[in-house]
Design a protein around this ligand. Structure first.
Ligand code: UTP
Length: 303
């Protein structure tokens, strides 16, 4: 471990976005609260942070996001009712989310972009490296990523982003990284970053996905970052500056992720996440898989 960097203990989860892709479901309900099987998407994200050893969690919220705070708080009325019924199993499920981590919240006010959301974490984070997990990005619990990113940051210093290879035609939906190989097969050095490039201008097909381990120098850069694409303050623009100038708080490395990841803010990906995770569940999986097999066979016959 690099002695100049303390052990990473804080996770920041930006969850202040408007969730317009999921309207009208997200008119009065945060998209992060939509259930993936029987848990809200955001609980998987907090569990992932805790699983990587980060038990201090700061959530960036905004208007209409109260249910996020309530979900990670005690609900004494409900607990009492379950105790009276002797329903220990459901009581444990209700208590699980409030016992997970030390939760903190800050409101973003105006959602001025992901970079601005991360900047809202500055007073809480202070001068330590920290992790950022996007609240609507679900990494399959069977494919750990964050722990590896923390390990790389502790060895290399600077910042670490998560990268995933995508079809070149899809790169315009993501931040994109130009990279050089390192001695580790799953780690690359990031030399440049571009937010949502046209496929013809993309330096690679490595897309940035919603996990970051950041050097606190990013805050100073974000303060000076002008609104970019879409009029929003882009985290990618600040990371680009770190990648271009190591003396500013770089380097930036990328961990290449080959596991399963779902953008639960996207309706198609959300459905895929539910089907996959439901199939793997011991309690629901056997029945659900049988039904799914029958359904798919029927659909194929109709083709
Ligand atoms: P998205 O690009 O998914 O935006 O944000 P969004 O507003 O949440 O959703 P759509 O596109 O309108 O459907 C990526 C992540 O950054 C957070 C979001 O909550 C999400 O986790 N975010 C985005 C903020 O916290 N604040 C912002 O100002 C913007």
């Amino acid at each position: 471990m690099n002695e100049s960097h303390p052990r990473i203990s804080k996770a920041v989860i930006p969850a202040a976005g408007l969730g317009t892709r999921f309207l009208p479901a997200t008119k009065a309900t945060p998209k992060e609260m939509l259930p993936v099987v029987d848990k809200p998407a955001i609980q998987y994200v907090v569990e992932e942070a805790v699983g990587a050893g980060l038990s201090d969690v700061l959530m960036i919220t905004g208007r209409n996001k109260r249910p996020l705070e309530d979900h990670f708080d005690r609900n004494y009325e409900l607990e009492e009712a379950l105790i009276k019924k002797g329903d220990q199993e459901r009581l444990a499920k209700v208590q699980e989310s409030s016992d997970l981590a030390t939760m903190h919240y800050v409101r973003q006010g105006d959602p001025r972009g992901l970079g601005h959301a991360v900047l809202c974490a500055a007073p809480h984070v202070g001068d330590e490296p920290f992790a950022v997990l996007l609240g609507d990005d679900l990494i399959d619990p069977r494919d750990p990523l964050l722990a590896r990113m923390v390990e790389v940051q502790e060895r290399e210093g600077g910042s670490v982003v998560a990268l995933m290879e995508v079809e070149p035609s899809q790169i315009h939906l993501y931040g994109c990284a130009a990279v050089e190989p390192t001695g580790d097969a799953d780690v690359v050095k990031v030399t440049n970053l571009v937010e949502k490039p046209d496929p013809a201008d993309a330096p690679s097909n490595y897309a940035i996905i919603g996990r970051y381990v950041l050097d606190p120098a990013v805050f100073g850069i974000l303060r000076e970052t002008e609104p970019g694409r879409g009029g929003e303050i882009q985290l990618t623009d600040a990371l680009q500056k770190l990648a271009a100038d190591e003396s500013a708080g770089g380097p930036v490395h990328g961990v290449v992720f080959k596991g399963r990841r779902y953008d639960t803010g996207d309706r198609g990906d959300y459905l895929r996440a539910i089907v996959r995770l439901a199939c793997e569940r011991e309690d629901l999986g056997p029945d659900f898989r049988n039904w799914l097999r029958g359904y798919v066979t029927e659909e194929m016959q109709g083709l």
